[in-house]
Design a protein around this ligand. Sequence first.
Ligand code: ADP
Length: 605
Amino acid sequence: MGISGFDERFARERRARLQAERLLAQRSEELYSANKKLAEHAHALSHTVIAQREENAALIGRSTRTQAALEVATEKAVIAERRLWDALSAVEDGFAIFDRDWRLAVANPAWLGAFDGVADVAPGASYEAILRIAVDEGLIDLQGEDADDWVDRMIARWEGASITQTDIRLFNGVYVRLIDKRTPQGDMVSLAVDITDTIRRARALEHARDRAEAATRAKSTFLANMSHEIRTPMNGVVAMAGLLRDTALSDEQRLYAETIQNSGTALLTIINDILDYSKIDAGKMLLHLESFDLRHLIDEIFRLMRPGLEGKDLRLVLDYDMFLPARMVGDPGRVRQILTNLIGNAVKFTEAGHVTVRVIGVPDAAQPETLPVRIVVEDTGIGIAPEMQAHIFGEFNQVEAQATRRFDGTGLGLAITRQLVALMGGEIWLTSALGQGSSFGLSLPFGRDPAVAADPAPPEEPPIAAKRGLHVLAAEDNKTNQLVFRAMLKGVDLSLDLVENGALALARYHEGRPDLILTDISMPEMDGMALARAIRAHEVQMGLPPVPIIAMTAHAMESDRDRILAAGIDACLTKPLDKTLLHDMIRRYAPPDCGVIAGLKAANA
Ligand code: ADP
Protein backbone atom coordinates (compact mmCIF):
# COMPACT_ATOMS: atom_id res chain seq x y z
CA MET A 1 0.00 0.00 0.00
CA GLY A 2 1.41 3.46 -1.00
CA ILE A 3 1.33 6.67 0.94
CA SER A 4 -1.86 7.60 -0.50
CA GLY A 5 -3.48 4.55 0.97
CA PHE A 6 -2.26 5.46 4.39
CA ASP A 7 -3.42 9.02 4.16
CA GLU A 8 -6.69 7.95 3.04
CA ARG A 9 -7.04 5.62 5.96
CA PHE A 10 -5.82 8.30 8.34
CA ALA A 11 -8.25 10.81 6.91
CA ARG A 12 -11.00 8.26 7.26
CA GLU A 13 -10.15 7.64 10.92
CA ARG A 14 -9.86 11.29 11.56
CA ARG A 15 -13.27 11.83 10.10
CA ALA A 16 -14.61 9.00 12.19
CA ARG A 17 -13.02 10.46 15.27
CA LEU A 18 -14.36 13.88 14.55
CA GLN A 19 -17.76 12.40 13.96
CA ALA A 20 -17.54 10.51 17.24
CA GLU A 21 -16.47 13.64 19.03
CA ARG A 22 -19.39 15.56 17.59
CA LEU A 23 -21.75 12.81 18.59
CA LEU A 24 -20.28 12.84 22.05
CA ALA A 25 -20.68 16.56 22.34
CA GLN A 26 -24.26 16.26 21.13
CA ARG A 27 -25.03 13.45 23.60
CA SER A 28 -23.42 15.41 26.45
CA GLU A 29 -25.60 18.34 25.58
CA GLU A 30 -28.69 16.19 25.51
CA LEU A 31 -27.71 14.65 28.78
CA TYR A 32 -27.22 18.04 30.28
CA SER A 33 -30.59 19.29 29.26
CA ALA A 34 -32.19 16.06 30.42
CA ASN A 35 -30.47 16.48 33.73
CA LYS A 36 -31.65 20.01 33.98
CA LYS A 37 -35.25 19.00 33.31
CA LEU A 38 -34.95 16.28 35.85
CA ALA A 39 -33.65 18.71 38.40
CA GLU A 40 -36.51 21.10 37.69
CA HIS A 41 -39.04 18.31 37.97
CA ALA A 42 -37.52 17.15 41.24
CA HIS A 43 -37.74 20.68 42.52
CA ALA A 44 -41.41 20.99 41.61
CA LEU A 45 -42.14 17.61 43.07
CA SER A 46 -40.53 18.47 46.34
CA HIS A 47 -42.73 21.60 46.50
CA THR A 48 -45.85 19.55 45.94
CA VAL A 49 -44.75 17.10 48.58
CA ILE A 50 -44.24 19.91 51.06
CA ALA A 51 -47.65 21.43 50.30
CA GLN A 52 -49.32 18.08 50.54
CA ARG A 53 -47.64 17.43 53.82
CA GLU A 54 -48.86 20.75 55.18
CA GLU A 55 -52.35 20.03 53.94
CA ASN A 56 -52.26 16.64 55.59
CA ALA A 57 -51.19 18.15 58.83
CA ALA A 58 -54.09 20.63 58.65
CA LEU A 59 -56.52 17.87 57.88
CA ILE A 60 -55.32 15.84 60.78
CA GLY A 61 -55.78 18.85 63.04
CA ARG A 62 -59.26 19.42 61.80
CA SER A 63 -60.26 15.82 62.18
CA THR A 64 -59.01 15.83 65.74
CA ARG A 65 -61.05 18.91 66.56
CA THR A 66 -64.11 17.45 64.88
CA GLN A 67 -63.68 14.31 66.87
CA ALA A 68 -63.50 16.33 70.08
CA ALA A 69 -66.52 18.42 69.15
CA LEU A 70 -68.43 15.29 68.30
CA GLU A 71 -67.63 13.86 71.65
CA VAL A 72 -68.82 17.04 73.37
CA ALA A 73 -72.00 17.09 71.28
CA THR A 74 -72.69 13.44 71.99
CA GLU A 75 -72.22 14.07 75.66
CA LYS A 76 -74.58 17.08 75.51
CA ALA A 77 -77.15 15.07 73.60
CA VAL A 78 -77.01 12.35 76.20
CA ILE A 79 -77.41 14.90 78.98
CA ALA A 80 -80.30 16.61 77.15
CA GLU A 81 -82.04 13.30 76.56
CA ARG A 82 -81.52 12.30 80.17
CA ARG A 83 -82.85 15.66 81.36
CA LEU A 84 -85.85 15.43 79.06
CA TRP A 85 -86.59 11.95 80.23
CA ASP A 86 -86.03 12.90 83.88
CA ALA A 87 -88.44 15.77 83.37
CA LEU A 88 -91.02 13.57 81.69
CA SER A 89 -90.59 11.03 84.46
CA ALA A 90 -90.93 13.68 87.12
CA VAL A 91 -94.15 15.29 85.79
CA GLU A 92 -97.37 13.96 87.15
CA ASP A 93 -99.08 14.12 83.77
CA GLY A 94 -98.91 11.10 81.49
CA PHE A 95 -96.91 11.42 78.29
CA ALA A 96 -96.66 8.87 75.48
CA ILE A 97 -95.72 8.71 71.84
CA PHE A 98 -97.32 6.30 69.39
CA ASP A 99 -95.73 5.61 66.01
CA ARG A 100 -97.47 5.98 62.67
CA ASP A 101 -98.90 2.44 63.04
CA TRP A 102 -100.47 3.48 66.38
CA ARG A 103 -98.07 1.36 68.40
CA LEU A 104 -96.71 2.66 71.66
CA ALA A 105 -93.18 3.97 71.15
CA VAL A 106 -92.44 5.52 74.53
CA ALA A 107 -94.41 6.42 77.63
CA ASN A 108 -93.43 8.07 80.89
CA PRO A 109 -94.03 6.38 84.27
CA ALA A 110 -97.13 8.48 84.97
CA TRP A 111 -98.75 7.29 81.74
CA LEU A 112 -97.81 3.67 82.37
CA GLY A 113 -98.72 4.01 86.03
CA ALA A 114 -102.37 4.52 85.08
CA PHE A 115 -102.35 0.91 83.87
CA ASP A 116 -101.33 -0.31 87.27
CA GLY A 117 -98.41 -2.40 86.05
CA VAL A 118 -100.26 -4.44 83.39
CA ALA A 119 -97.31 -5.98 81.56
CA ASP A 120 -98.97 -5.89 78.13
CA VAL A 121 -99.00 -2.13 78.19
CA ALA A 122 -95.44 -1.59 76.96
CA PRO A 123 -93.69 -0.19 73.91
CA GLY A 124 -94.92 -2.09 70.83
CA ALA A 125 -98.48 -2.53 72.15
CA SER A 126 -101.19 -1.24 69.80
CA TYR A 127 -103.45 1.68 70.74
CA GLU A 128 -106.57 -0.44 70.41
CA ALA A 129 -105.11 -3.22 72.59
CA ILE A 130 -104.27 -0.64 75.24
CA LEU A 131 -107.82 0.77 75.15
CA ARG A 132 -109.23 -2.73 75.54
CA ILE A 133 -106.93 -3.46 78.47
CA ALA A 134 -108.08 -0.19 80.07
CA VAL A 135 -111.74 -1.22 79.97
CA ASP A 136 -111.20 -4.94 80.64
CA GLU A 137 -109.12 -4.16 83.74
CA GLY A 138 -111.84 -1.80 84.93
CA LEU A 139 -109.48 1.17 84.90
CA ILE A 140 -112.01 3.46 83.22
CA ASP A 141 -115.23 4.58 84.84
CA LEU A 142 -117.44 4.31 81.75
CA GLN A 143 -120.26 6.16 83.54
CA GLY A 144 -122.88 3.99 81.90
CA GLU A 145 -121.37 3.89 78.41
CA ASP A 146 -120.99 0.52 76.71
CA ALA A 147 -117.34 -0.66 76.74
CA ASP A 148 -117.24 -1.37 72.97
CA ASP A 149 -118.84 1.98 72.23
CA TRP A 150 -116.23 3.68 74.37
CA VAL A 151 -113.34 1.93 72.59
CA ASP A 152 -114.89 2.75 69.18
CA ARG A 153 -115.34 6.34 70.21
CA MET A 154 -111.75 6.65 71.37
CA ILE A 155 -110.48 5.12 68.09
CA ALA A 156 -112.76 7.31 65.96
CA ARG A 157 -111.39 10.28 67.86
CA TRP A 158 -107.87 9.56 66.62
CA GLU A 159 -109.01 9.03 63.04
CA GLY A 160 -110.24 12.59 62.62
CA ALA A 161 -108.15 15.27 60.96
CA SER A 162 -108.02 17.36 64.12
CA ILE A 163 -108.29 15.55 67.43
CA THR A 164 -110.48 17.16 70.03
CA GLN A 165 -109.45 16.78 73.64
CA THR A 166 -111.62 14.57 75.79
CA ASP A 167 -112.04 13.98 79.51
CA ILE A 168 -112.25 10.53 81.06
CA ARG A 169 -112.86 9.41 84.60
CA LEU A 170 -110.73 6.67 86.11
CA PHE A 171 -111.99 3.99 88.48
CA ASN A 172 -110.54 5.90 91.45
CA GLY A 173 -112.43 9.10 90.70
CA VAL A 174 -109.47 10.82 89.06
CA TYR A 175 -110.39 12.92 86.03
CA VAL A 176 -107.94 12.87 83.12
CA ARG A 177 -107.97 15.16 80.12
CA LEU A 178 -106.53 13.53 76.99
CA ILE A 179 -104.79 15.93 74.64
CA ASP A 180 -103.44 14.25 71.49
CA LYS A 181 -101.48 15.80 68.62
CA ARG A 182 -100.26 14.25 65.39
CA THR A 183 -96.68 15.23 64.44
CA PRO A 184 -95.77 16.02 60.82
CA GLN A 185 -93.97 12.64 60.70
CA GLY A 186 -97.19 10.83 61.59
CA ASP A 187 -96.41 10.04 65.23
CA MET A 188 -99.09 10.68 67.82
CA VAL A 189 -98.03 12.58 70.92
CA SER A 190 -100.47 11.90 73.72
CA LEU A 191 -100.74 13.93 76.92
CA ALA A 192 -102.93 12.82 79.84
CA VAL A 193 -103.44 15.66 82.31
CA ASP A 194 -104.91 15.14 85.78
CA ILE A 195 -107.76 17.68 85.99
CA THR A 196 -109.35 16.33 89.16
CA ASP A 197 -108.60 19.51 91.10
CA THR A 198 -109.99 21.71 88.34
CA ILE A 199 -113.16 19.61 88.19
CA ARG A 200 -113.43 19.68 91.96
CA ARG A 201 -113.03 23.44 91.97
CA ALA A 202 -115.61 23.79 89.19
CA ARG A 203 -117.99 21.57 91.18
CA ALA A 204 -117.39 23.62 94.30
CA LEU A 205 -118.09 26.78 92.29
CA GLU A 206 -121.24 25.24 90.83
CA HIS A 207 -122.26 24.30 94.32
CA ALA A 208 -121.60 27.80 95.58
CA ARG A 209 -123.50 29.23 92.60
CA ASP A 210 -126.45 26.91 93.24
CA ARG A 211 -126.45 27.94 96.88
CA ALA A 212 -126.29 31.62 95.91
CA GLU A 213 -129.12 31.13 93.41
CA ALA A 214 -131.16 29.32 96.00
CA ALA A 215 -130.49 32.22 98.37
CA THR A 216 -131.61 34.70 95.69
CA ARG A 217 -134.73 32.64 95.09
CA ALA A 218 -135.39 32.57 98.80
CA LYS A 219 -134.86 36.32 98.87
CA SER A 220 -137.30 36.81 95.96
CA THR A 221 -139.87 34.60 97.65
CA PHE A 222 -139.35 36.50 100.88
CA LEU A 223 -139.83 39.79 99.02
CA ALA A 224 -142.97 38.47 97.33
CA ASN A 225 -144.40 37.39 100.66
CA MET A 226 -143.35 40.60 102.30
CA SER A 227 -144.96 42.58 99.50
CA HIS A 228 -148.16 40.69 100.11
CA GLU A 229 -147.97 41.23 103.82
CA ILE A 230 -147.07 44.92 103.61
CA ARG A 231 -149.21 45.83 100.66
CA THR A 232 -152.41 44.27 101.98
CA PRO A 233 -152.66 46.52 105.05
CA MET A 234 -151.24 49.46 103.06
CA ASN A 235 -154.00 48.90 100.55
CA GLY A 236 -156.44 49.40 103.36
CA VAL A 237 -154.68 52.48 104.67
CA VAL A 238 -154.36 54.23 101.30
CA ALA A 239 -157.79 53.32 99.99
CA MET A 240 -159.57 54.19 103.25
CA ALA A 241 -157.74 57.51 103.47
CA GLY A 242 -158.90 58.19 99.89
CA LEU A 243 -162.46 57.31 100.75
CA LEU A 244 -162.24 59.39 103.93
CA ARG A 245 -161.33 62.42 101.80
CA ASP A 246 -164.57 62.03 99.88
CA THR A 247 -166.59 62.49 103.09
CA ALA A 248 -167.49 65.69 104.90
CA LEU A 249 -164.35 66.71 106.81
CA SER A 250 -163.01 69.78 108.52
CA ASP A 251 -159.93 71.32 106.89
CA GLU A 252 -157.72 69.87 109.58
CA GLN A 253 -159.20 66.41 109.19
CA ARG A 254 -158.81 66.65 105.39
CA LEU A 255 -155.13 67.51 105.83
CA TYR A 256 -154.63 64.50 108.06
CA ALA A 257 -156.44 62.21 105.64
CA GLU A 258 -154.37 63.55 102.71
CA THR A 259 -151.17 63.10 104.64
CA ILE A 260 -152.07 59.50 105.46
CA GLN A 261 -152.89 58.82 101.81
CA ASN A 262 -149.76 60.51 100.45
CA SER A 263 -147.45 58.85 102.96
CA GLY A 264 -149.02 55.46 102.21
CA THR A 265 -148.67 55.97 98.47
CA ALA A 266 -145.05 57.05 98.88
CA LEU A 267 -144.34 53.96 100.97
CA LEU A 268 -145.95 51.73 98.36
CA THR A 269 -143.84 53.36 95.65
CA ILE A 270 -140.69 52.54 97.59
CA ILE A 271 -141.83 48.95 98.18
CA ASN A 272 -142.59 48.60 94.48
CA ASP A 273 -139.18 50.02 93.51
CA ILE A 274 -137.37 47.58 95.76
CA LEU A 275 -139.49 44.72 94.46
CA ASP A 276 -138.91 45.61 90.82
CA TYR A 277 -135.24 46.07 91.33
CA SER A 278 -134.76 42.71 93.03
CA LYS A 279 -136.97 41.06 90.44
CA ILE A 280 -134.88 42.39 87.53
CA ASP A 281 -131.77 41.55 89.50
CA ALA A 282 -132.93 37.95 89.85
CA GLY A 283 -133.69 37.80 86.11
CA LYS A 284 -137.35 37.24 86.91
CA MET A 285 -138.77 40.23 85.11
CA LEU A 286 -140.70 39.13 82.03
CA LEU A 287 -142.27 41.37 79.42
CA HIS A 288 -145.94 40.93 78.53
CA LEU A 289 -146.41 42.09 74.98
CA GLU A 290 -149.79 43.35 73.92
CA SER A 291 -151.30 46.03 71.77
CA PHE A 292 -151.53 49.39 73.53
CA ASP A 293 -152.09 53.05 72.84
CA LEU A 294 -148.89 54.98 73.55
CA ARG A 295 -150.47 58.39 73.15
CA HIS A 296 -153.24 57.50 75.56
CA LEU A 297 -150.69 56.08 78.00
CA ILE A 298 -148.68 59.34 78.03
CA ASP A 299 -151.88 61.36 78.49
CA GLU A 300 -152.68 59.21 81.51
CA ILE A 301 -149.25 59.81 83.00
CA PHE A 302 -149.67 63.54 82.46
CA ARG A 303 -152.96 63.38 84.33
CA LEU A 304 -151.31 61.62 87.24
CA MET A 305 -148.56 64.26 87.29
CA ARG A 306 -150.97 67.15 87.67
CA PRO A 307 -150.82 67.30 91.47
CA GLY A 308 -147.03 67.71 91.17
CA LEU A 309 -147.50 70.88 89.11
CA GLU A 310 -149.34 72.70 91.86
CA GLY A 311 -147.49 75.82 92.93
CA LYS A 312 -145.16 75.64 89.93
CA ASP A 313 -145.17 77.60 86.70
CA LEU A 314 -144.76 74.44 84.71
CA ARG A 315 -146.47 73.16 81.55
CA LEU A 316 -146.67 69.55 80.38
CA VAL A 317 -146.48 69.27 76.59
CA LEU A 318 -146.90 66.21 74.39
CA ASP A 319 -145.47 66.44 70.89
CA TYR A 320 -146.61 63.22 69.21
CA ASP A 321 -145.42 62.48 65.65
CA MET A 322 -148.55 62.85 63.50
CA PHE A 323 -147.45 60.02 61.19
CA LEU A 324 -146.89 57.56 64.02
CA PRO A 325 -149.83 55.27 64.80
CA ALA A 326 -151.03 55.54 68.41
CA ARG A 327 -151.36 51.76 68.82
CA MET A 328 -148.34 49.53 68.90
CA VAL A 329 -147.19 46.28 70.49
CA GLY A 330 -145.06 46.34 73.65
CA ASP A 331 -145.40 45.89 77.40
CA PRO A 332 -147.63 48.85 78.36
CA GLY A 333 -147.14 48.31 82.10
CA ARG A 334 -143.38 48.59 81.82
CA VAL A 335 -143.51 51.45 79.29
CA ARG A 336 -145.74 53.26 81.76
CA GLN A 337 -143.21 52.59 84.51
CA ILE A 338 -140.31 53.95 82.43
CA LEU A 339 -142.15 57.08 81.33
CA THR A 340 -143.67 57.71 84.77
CA ASN A 341 -140.18 57.70 86.20
CA LEU A 342 -138.66 59.99 83.54
CA ILE A 343 -141.61 62.40 83.44
CA GLY A 344 -141.92 62.24 87.25
CA ASN A 345 -138.24 63.17 87.64
CA ALA A 346 -138.60 65.98 85.11
CA VAL A 347 -141.56 67.43 87.04
CA LYS A 348 -139.80 66.89 90.36
CA PHE A 349 -136.62 68.70 89.31
CA THR A 350 -138.22 71.56 87.34
CA GLU A 351 -139.74 74.62 89.01
CA ALA A 352 -140.70 76.62 85.93
CA GLY A 353 -140.86 76.30 82.17
CA HIS A 354 -141.99 73.08 80.56
CA VAL A 355 -141.65 69.33 80.50
CA THR A 356 -142.04 68.20 76.92
CA VAL A 357 -142.43 64.61 75.77
CA ARG A 358 -141.59 64.16 72.09
CA VAL A 359 -142.51 60.92 70.38
CA ILE A 360 -141.16 60.16 66.91
CA GLY A 361 -141.53 57.04 64.81
CA VAL A 362 -138.32 55.90 63.17
CA PRO A 363 -139.54 53.63 60.33
CA ASP A 364 -137.22 50.84 59.26
CA ALA A 365 -138.04 49.77 55.69
CA ALA A 366 -136.06 46.55 56.15
CA GLN A 367 -138.29 45.45 59.07
CA PRO A 368 -141.88 46.41 58.29
CA GLU A 369 -143.28 44.45 61.25
CA THR A 370 -141.36 46.58 63.78
CA LEU A 371 -142.13 50.09 64.91
CA PRO A 372 -139.01 51.68 66.35
CA VAL A 373 -140.01 54.68 68.45
CA ARG A 374 -137.89 57.45 69.91
CA ILE A 375 -139.17 59.25 72.99
CA VAL A 376 -137.45 62.29 74.46
CA VAL A 377 -138.42 63.68 77.87
CA GLU A 378 -137.11 67.22 78.03
CA ASP A 379 -137.28 69.63 80.95
CA THR A 380 -136.13 73.15 81.83
CA GLY A 381 -135.15 72.17 85.37
CA ILE A 382 -132.03 72.14 87.50
CA GLY A 383 -130.02 69.95 85.08
CA ILE A 384 -127.37 67.40 85.96
CA ALA A 385 -123.65 68.17 86.23
CA PRO A 386 -121.51 66.42 83.57
CA GLU A 387 -119.57 64.41 86.16
CA MET A 388 -122.83 63.02 87.59
CA GLN A 389 -124.43 62.08 84.30
CA ALA A 390 -122.74 58.70 84.06
CA HIS A 391 -123.63 57.82 87.66
CA ILE A 392 -127.32 58.51 87.89
CA PHE A 393 -128.23 55.32 86.00
CA GLY A 394 -126.49 53.33 88.75
CA GLU A 395 -128.20 51.96 91.83
CA PHE A 396 -129.08 54.22 94.78
CA ASN A 397 -127.45 57.20 93.08
CA GLN A 398 -128.73 60.65 93.62
CA VAL A 399 -126.98 63.81 92.59
CA GLU A 400 -127.45 65.48 95.94
CA ALA A 401 -125.65 64.21 98.99
CA GLN A 402 -127.80 62.78 101.77
CA ALA A 403 -127.27 65.81 104.01
CA THR A 404 -128.40 68.35 101.43
CA ARG A 405 -131.28 66.39 99.95
CA ARG A 406 -134.29 68.42 99.01
CA PHE A 407 -136.05 65.75 96.95
CA ASP A 408 -137.56 62.41 97.85
CA GLY A 409 -136.71 59.18 96.08
CA THR A 410 -134.94 55.87 96.50
CA GLY A 411 -132.38 56.50 93.76
CA LEU A 412 -133.51 53.27 92.14
CA GLY A 413 -135.81 54.79 89.53
CA LEU A 414 -133.25 55.35 86.77
CA ALA A 415 -131.47 52.05 87.51
CA ILE A 416 -134.79 50.22 87.03
CA THR A 417 -135.55 52.35 83.95
CA ARG A 418 -132.20 51.53 82.38
CA GLN A 419 -132.66 47.80 83.04
CA LEU A 420 -136.23 47.80 81.70
CA VAL A 421 -135.13 49.62 78.53
CA ALA A 422 -132.35 47.06 78.05
CA LEU A 423 -134.83 44.22 78.63
CA MET A 424 -136.95 45.66 75.80
CA GLY A 425 -133.86 45.77 73.54
CA GLY A 426 -133.80 49.57 73.55
CA GLU A 427 -131.39 52.29 74.59
CA ILE A 428 -131.45 55.26 76.94
CA TRP A 429 -129.27 58.35 76.88
CA LEU A 430 -129.04 61.71 78.56
CA THR A 431 -128.01 65.20 77.59
CA SER A 432 -128.09 67.86 80.26
CA ALA A 433 -126.62 71.24 81.19
CA LEU A 434 -126.54 72.35 84.80
CA GLY A 435 -129.13 75.04 85.46
CA GLN A 436 -130.67 74.72 81.99
CA GLY A 437 -132.44 71.38 81.97
CA SER A 438 -132.16 67.73 81.08
CA SER A 439 -133.26 65.63 78.20
CA PHE A 440 -133.59 61.84 78.54
CA GLY A 441 -133.81 60.00 75.21
CA LEU A 442 -135.18 56.51 74.66
CA SER A 443 -135.22 54.28 71.64
CA LEU A 444 -137.71 51.46 72.04
CA PRO A 445 -138.23 48.76 69.42
CA PHE A 446 -142.02 48.32 69.54
CA GLY A 447 -143.93 46.03 67.21
CA ARG A 448 -146.52 47.14 64.70
CA ASP A 449 -150.11 46.37 65.62
CA PRO A 450 -151.53 44.54 62.59
CA ALA A 451 -155.09 45.60 63.54
CA VAL A 452 -154.32 49.31 63.41
CA ALA A 453 -155.22 49.82 59.74
CA ALA A 454 -158.40 47.74 59.98
CA ASP A 455 -159.70 49.20 63.24
CA PRO A 456 -158.13 52.57 63.98
CA ALA A 457 -160.23 53.64 66.98
CA PRO A 458 -162.48 51.22 68.85
CA PRO A 459 -165.49 53.00 70.32
CA GLU A 460 -164.89 54.01 73.95
CA GLU A 461 -168.39 53.07 75.16
CA PRO A 462 -170.37 50.09 73.98
CA PRO A 463 -173.54 51.14 72.16
CA ILE A 464 -176.61 51.32 74.37
CA ALA A 465 -178.78 48.28 73.91
CA ALA A 466 -181.69 46.91 75.92
CA LYS A 467 -180.24 47.69 79.34
CA ARG A 468 -180.24 45.13 82.12
CA GLY A 469 -178.59 45.17 85.54
CA LEU A 470 -174.99 44.04 85.92
CA HIS A 471 -174.47 41.18 88.36
CA VAL A 472 -170.96 41.13 89.90
CA LEU A 473 -169.71 38.29 92.08
CA ALA A 474 -166.64 39.06 94.20
CA ALA A 475 -164.51 36.97 96.56
CA GLU A 476 -162.25 38.61 99.16
CA ASP A 477 -161.36 37.30 102.59
CA ASN A 478 -159.76 40.37 104.13
CA LYS A 479 -162.29 42.50 106.00
CA THR A 480 -160.55 45.82 105.25
CA ASN A 481 -160.28 44.98 101.58
CA GLN A 482 -163.97 44.06 101.55
CA LEU A 483 -164.77 47.43 103.00
CA VAL A 484 -162.58 49.24 100.47
CA PHE A 485 -164.05 47.22 97.62
CA ARG A 486 -167.64 47.95 98.63
CA ALA A 487 -166.86 51.63 99.11
CA MET A 488 -165.24 51.90 95.69
CA LEU A 489 -168.37 50.50 94.07
CA LYS A 490 -170.74 52.68 96.08
CA GLY A 491 -173.09 54.49 93.75
CA VAL A 492 -172.37 52.22 90.82
CA ASP A 493 -175.45 50.70 89.23
CA LEU A 494 -174.72 47.02 89.77
CA SER A 495 -175.73 44.21 92.08
CA LEU A 496 -172.75 43.04 94.14
CA ASP A 497 -172.47 39.63 95.74
CA LEU A 498 -169.35 39.69 97.98
CA VAL A 499 -168.24 36.43 99.65
CA GLU A 500 -165.26 35.39 101.79
CA ASN A 501 -163.58 32.67 99.81
CA GLY A 502 -163.43 30.76 96.55
CA ALA A 503 -165.61 27.87 97.73
CA LEU A 504 -168.48 30.24 98.56
CA ALA A 505 -167.96 32.08 95.28
CA LEU A 506 -168.17 28.80 93.36
CA ALA A 507 -171.44 27.94 95.12
CA ARG A 508 -172.87 31.39 94.23
CA TYR A 509 -171.69 30.99 90.64
CA HIS A 510 -173.72 27.78 90.34
CA GLU A 511 -176.78 29.42 91.94
CA GLY A 512 -177.03 32.10 89.25
CA ARG A 513 -174.38 32.85 86.66
CA PRO A 514 -172.93 36.32 87.32
CA ASP A 515 -171.86 38.70 84.51
CA LEU A 516 -168.46 39.31 85.99
CA ILE A 517 -166.31 37.78 88.74
CA LEU A 518 -163.69 39.67 90.73
CA THR A 519 -161.56 37.54 93.01
CA ASP A 520 -158.73 37.84 95.46
CA ILE A 521 -156.00 35.22 94.90
CA SER A 522 -154.82 34.10 98.35
CA MET A 523 -157.89 33.00 100.29
CA PRO A 524 -158.61 30.17 102.71
CA GLU A 525 -160.54 27.06 101.59
CA MET A 526 -160.33 27.73 97.86
CA ASP A 527 -158.02 30.35 96.37
CA GLY A 528 -158.77 32.53 93.36
CA MET A 529 -156.89 30.33 90.89
CA ALA A 530 -158.67 27.16 92.01
CA LEU A 531 -161.98 29.03 91.69
CA ALA A 532 -161.13 30.09 88.12
CA ARG A 533 -160.08 26.55 87.17
CA ALA A 534 -163.29 25.07 88.57
CA ILE A 535 -165.45 27.59 86.68
CA ARG A 536 -163.56 27.11 83.41
CA ALA A 537 -163.88 23.32 83.70
CA HIS A 538 -167.62 23.66 84.32
CA GLU A 539 -168.04 25.97 81.32
CA VAL A 540 -166.24 23.54 79.01
CA GLN A 541 -168.29 20.63 80.30
CA MET A 542 -171.59 22.46 79.89
CA GLY A 543 -170.65 24.30 76.68
CA LEU A 544 -171.21 27.70 78.36
CA PRO A 545 -169.58 30.98 77.22
CA PRO A 546 -166.74 32.00 79.57
CA VAL A 547 -167.58 34.52 82.27
CA PRO A 548 -164.93 37.26 82.64
CA ILE A 549 -162.82 36.67 85.76
CA ILE A 550 -160.59 39.43 87.08
CA ALA A 551 -158.03 38.82 89.79
CA MET A 552 -157.31 41.33 92.53
CA THR A 553 -153.87 40.51 93.80
CA ALA A 554 -151.32 42.00 96.10
CA HIS A 555 -148.59 39.83 94.61
CA ALA A 556 -146.42 42.06 92.55
CA MET A 557 -144.30 39.27 91.12
CA GLU A 558 -144.67 38.59 87.40
CA SER A 559 -144.27 34.86 87.98
CA ASP A 560 -147.54 34.98 89.92
CA ARG A 561 -149.19 36.93 87.16
CA ASP A 562 -148.30 34.15 84.69
CA ARG A 563 -149.71 31.51 87.01
CA ILE A 564 -152.83 33.59 87.55
CA LEU A 565 -153.46 34.05 83.83
CA ALA A 566 -152.69 30.38 83.21
CA ALA A 567 -155.52 29.45 85.61
CA GLY A 568 -158.02 30.95 83.14
CA ILE A 569 -158.23 34.44 84.61
CA ASP A 570 -158.71 37.25 82.08
CA ALA A 571 -157.00 40.20 83.75
CA CYS A 572 -155.33 41.34 86.95
CA LEU A 573 -155.88 44.36 89.15
CA THR A 574 -153.05 45.05 91.55
CA LYS A 575 -153.74 46.14 95.09
CA PRO A 576 -154.08 48.71 96.46
CA LEU A 577 -157.06 48.99 94.20
CA ASP A 578 -157.40 52.16 92.23
CA LYS A 579 -161.02 53.23 91.88
CA THR A 580 -160.59 54.45 88.30
CA LEU A 581 -158.81 51.27 87.19
CA LEU A 582 -161.45 49.12 88.91
CA HIS A 583 -164.25 51.04 87.18
CA ASP A 584 -162.39 50.85 83.83
CA MET A 585 -162.05 47.10 84.23
CA ILE A 586 -165.76 46.65 84.99
CA ARG A 587 -166.68 48.79 81.99
CA ARG A 588 -164.33 46.76 79.78
CA TYR A 589 -165.59 43.33 80.86
CA ALA A 590 -169.30 44.04 81.41
CA PRO A 591 -171.47 42.26 78.81
CA PRO A 592 -172.57 44.64 76.01
CA ASP A 593 -176.27 44.17 76.78
CA CYS A 594 -175.79 45.81 80.19
CA GLY A 595 -175.38 49.09 78.31
CA VAL A 596 -173.82 52.12 79.97
CA ILE A 597 -173.44 51.45 83.69
CA ALA A 598 -174.38 54.47 85.73
CA GLY A 599 -172.05 55.57 88.50
CA LEU A 600 -168.79 54.36 86.94
CA LYS A 601 -166.02 56.94 87.07
CA ALA A 602 -165.25 58.69 83.76
CA ALA A 603 -163.30 56.44 81.36
CA ASN A 604 -159.56 56.65 81.83
CA ALA A 605 -159.01 58.43 78.51
P1 ADP B 1 -134.92 59.05 92.55
O1 ADP B 1 -135.90 57.98 92.93
O2 ADP B 1 -134.08 59.50 93.66
O3 ADP B 1 -135.51 60.12 91.73
P2 ADP B 1 -133.68 58.22 90.08
O4 ADP B 1 -132.83 57.03 89.81
O5 ADP B 1 -134.95 58.35 89.34
O6 ADP B 1 -133.90 58.23 91.63
O7 ADP B 1 -132.80 59.49 89.84
C1 ADP B 1 -131.51 59.57 90.36
C2 ADP B 1 -131.05 61.00 90.51
O8 ADP B 1 -130.81 61.56 89.22
C3 ADP B 1 -132.08 61.91 91.15
O9 ADP B 1 -132.06 61.84 92.54
C4 ADP B 1 -131.61 63.26 90.65
O10 ADP B 1 -130.53 63.72 91.43
C5 ADP B 1 -131.09 62.96 89.25
N1 ADP B 1 -132.10 63.25 88.21
C6 ADP B 1 -132.90 62.37 87.56
N2 ADP B 1 -133.69 62.98 86.66
C7 ADP B 1 -133.39 64.29 86.71
C8 ADP B 1 -133.87 65.46 86.01
N3 ADP B 1 -134.82 65.39 85.08
N4 ADP B 1 -133.32 66.65 86.34
C9 ADP B 1 -132.37 66.72 87.28
N5 ADP B 1 -131.87 65.67 87.97
C10 ADP B 1 -132.37 64.47 87.70
